[in-house]
Design a protein around this ligand. Structure first.
Ligand code: NAD
Length: 497
């Protein structure tokens, strides 16, 4: 069994302190040990980032972008290897792993446009002989803390853009599936990134606290569960850091009576059960407008859920792999029991699933609840597993009220053929990312990603144009070159035109 290493100052380094087990969730076996960095190890990474910053800050953006072009090529060449590692430690299917990598590469492509996105704003003649411009300057050393569910994509939301903006980055990936994240960072080194500009340090709360407390770390990007997001936002901002902390979710899909039901069912199956429901944009609630829609939806969903192809993530042609850990599987099963006890109707029960030759894997079949009501825990809380809840309402207004009253506001979608209903929904729903007949409205890399309410703490969304703003500081420069012969008297009134 191998021990995973940190990547500090461009080198793979061992650590002698605490470790954690990394599982293959399809077999239930421990396959690696991952080091849990001490404060000293984190400080080592911070010191190398600080040392690398002055030269990297002054490297022309076009040169920084060239590293990203080579990085993109290496990522594409290594797609199979990276997908295999994701699948082995996370459990998601190979096709799903390749999908997250492709969405991550989109962010590298966006970062390749650094010279364009950093060129600033210029105004000539804002006053007599006066020109003004805004620069977007890097912040310095910034850190990112990422979740287990997208070990390739979520880190790629952060560091390509932060780095291309001229910052040095320390990544603390999830300790549950760190191998693909580490390999990807090594590929960026191979692409020509100077040493120290990116470090990957594995760890848990100790490592995160060291990053929060270090005065050299000027900004923190976090993606994970809401309680940790709130903690990092509060502790980071209290110390004067810039923080963007993306949290959990409960995403609703509204089904209108005029929806194209067959297509909506196909979309819902993928959005609810893909990646075993372990996506922050997974649809976990279907809000049916009218009993007729709900009855028809249940009738169409049941056979499809029962026919889900579930097996070891690393095999091809599957719909779903296992959950990430035994603890995650037991937690989701606990929610299912809770829903039954609260009076929801369990139409499909995926508990107790055993996969041949993988009897110790962390598997759970797809589950479907009907007649879920808003006061139930299975409605209120993020389950993060293959469980879809159906809530029945009588009108679009009632559906929207339900969604707007929920504490999370990450993603949502509406299935309808009615443009007026769709427009009202887009306009008035209190959720950060909205789909119309699109179940997973994850914005492309040249837009920005973020939820509302308790799904995001901070002012700016992740990646895209908001990401550029997050990883840069604006400096406004006003410059005057008076004509040589002129002499101007002092002016005591506030300068104006
Ligand atoms: P998590 O909050 O358990 O862990 C996220 C990161 O925080 C990891 O790197 C982990 O090591 C670290 N961490 C864990 N406990 C900590 C503590 N006490 N103090 C400091 N750091 C700590 O989340 P997870 O289980 O890895 O990921 C799933 C969660 O992430 C879900 O809630 C999901 O909705 C959310 N998520 C949100 C988005 C989004 O964009 N909003 C995207 C992906 C995942």
């Amino acid at each position: 069994m191998s021990t995973i290493q940190h990547l500090i100052n461009g080198e793979l380094v061992n650590d002698s302190g605490r470790t954690a087990d990394v599982y293959n969730p399809s077999t239930g076996k421990v396959i690696h040990q991952v080091p849990l960095a001490s404060r000293e190890t984190i400080q080592q990474a911070i010191d190398t980032a600080k040392a690398a910053f002055p030269a990297w800050r002054n490297t022309p953006p076009a040169k920084r972008a060239q590293v990203m072009f080579r990085f993109k090529q290496l990522l594409e060449q290594n797609e199979a290897r990276i997908s295999q590692l994701i699948s082995e430690e996370h459990g998601k299917t190979l096709e799903d792993a390749a999908g997250e990598l492709k969405r991550g590469i989109e962010n590298v492509e966006y970062a390749c446009s650094a010279p364009e996105i950093l060129k600033g704003e210029y105004s000539r003649n804002v006053g007599p002989n006066i020109d003004a411009w805004s620069d977007f300057q890097p912040i310095g050393v910034v850190a990112g803390i990422t979740p287990f569910n997208f070990p390739a994509m979520v880190p790629l939301w952060m560091y390509p853009l932060a780095i291309v903006c001229g910052n040095c980055f320390i990544l603390k990936p999830s300790e549950r599936d760190p191998s693909s994240t580490l390999l990807i960072a090594q590929l960026l080194q191979e692409a020509g990134l100077p040493k120290g500009v990116l470090s990957v340090v594995h760890g848990d709360k100790t490592a995160v606290d060291a990053l929060i407390e270090a005065p050299e770390v000027k900004a923190l990007s976090f993606v994970g569960s809401t309680p940790i997001a709130e903690y990092i936002y509060a502790e980071g901002t209290r110390r004067g850091k810039r923080v963007q902390a993306l949290g959990g979710a409960k995403n609703h899909a509204v089904l209108m009576p005029d929806a194209d039901l067959d297509n909506a069912v196909s979309a819902l199956m993928g959005a609810a059960y893909g990646s075993c429901g372990e996506r922050c944009m997974a649809i976990s609630v279907a809000v049916c407008v009218g009993d007729q829609v709900a009855d028809a939806l249940v009738a169409k969903l049941v056979p499809q859920i029962e026919a889900l192809k579930i097996g070891a993530g690393t095999s091809c042609g599957l719909d779903m792999g296992p959950l990430v850990s035994g603890q995650a599987r037991d937690k989701v099963s606990g929610y299912v029991a809770d829903g039954v006890a609260a009076g929801a109707q369990l139409v499909v029960d995926g508990r107790g699933l055993s996969v041949k030759d993988h009897e110790d894997g962390f598997f759970l079949g797809g589950c479907l609840f009907d007649r879920v009501t808003p006061e139930m825990r299975i409605y209120k809380e993020e389950i993060f597993g293959p469980v879809l809840c159906i809530v029945r309402v009588n009108s679009l207004e009632a559906a929207m009220q339900l969604i707007n009253d929920h504490e999370y506001g990450n993603g949502t979608c509406i299935f309808t053929r009615d443009g007026e209903a769709a427009r009202l929904f887009c306009d008035e729903i209190e959720v950060g990312m909205v789909g119309v007949n699109v179940p997973l409205p994850v914005p492309v890399a040249y837009h920005s990603f973020g939820g509302w309410k308790r799904s995001l703490f901070g002012d700016l969304h992740a990646y895209g144009p908001d990401g550029v703003r997050f990883y840069t500081r604006r400096k406004a420069i006003t410059q005057r070159w008076p004509q040589r012969a002129s002499h101007e008297a002092s002016q005591f009134a506030f300068p104006s035109l």
